[in-house]
Design a protein around this ligand. Structure first.
Ligand code: THU
Length: 159
């Protein structure tokens, strides 16, 4: 028997410590919250992806009366990016969330498990790290690779 430990590294920053590019991407993620369709949760999530072409694409959560049929902002954005520019890697993904009271969350939200699997497979598909910027009013988190979000992911190599 052997006990093991996994550690991940990430950076905690104030929004004003972000690079100009990352700050601009965060602003796009915040703006994308306005495009959510959230009649059930009233919780708006926006995401913005910067592609290797230099373009950015945005997405938001889209809900449905049959709850599992809706999708999170992260998957909406990643699948849109991949369908729009299949040849382009997603270099950075920024995520922001706005509560029903109209305020952005003080702490960043972190992607759900299903989105983490998708982000990691997309990263792997293009063979380069996808940086993740998680915006909160009080602090922002920066991860250098989507893989850091899910150490025990399901890996296609297992099949
Ligand atoms: N949601 C996202 O879009 N991204 C996340 O990271 C967490 C949750 C959405 C799904 C649903 O529309 C609402 O937030 C409440 O769970």
């Amino acid at each position: 028997m052997e006990k093991a430990t996994l550690t991940i590294g990430y950076t905690r920053l104030n929004a004003d410590e972000l690079t100009a590019d990352d700050r601009a991407l965060v602003e796009q993620a915040k703006a994308a919250c306005a495009t959510s369709y959230v009649p059930y949760s009233h919780f708006r999530v926006g995401a913005a992806a910067r592609l290797s072409t230099g373009e950015t694409v945005c997405g938001s959560n889209q809900e449905n009366a049959a709850f599992p049929s809706g999708t999170c902002a992260e998957r909406c954005t990643i699948f849109y990016a991949n369908a729009h520019r299949p040849e382009a890697a997603v270099e950075t993904l920024a995520i922001a969330a706005r509560r029903a009271d109209g305020h952005f969350t003080p702490e960043p939200i972190t992607p759900c498990g299903a989105c983490r699997q998708v982000l990691i497979e997309t990263e792997r598909r293009y063979g380069r790290p996808m940086r993740i910027v998680l915006y909160g009013e009080r602090e922002t988190l920066l991860l250098e690779s989507a893989s850091d979000l899910l150490p025990f992911r399901f890996d296609a190599d297992a099949m």
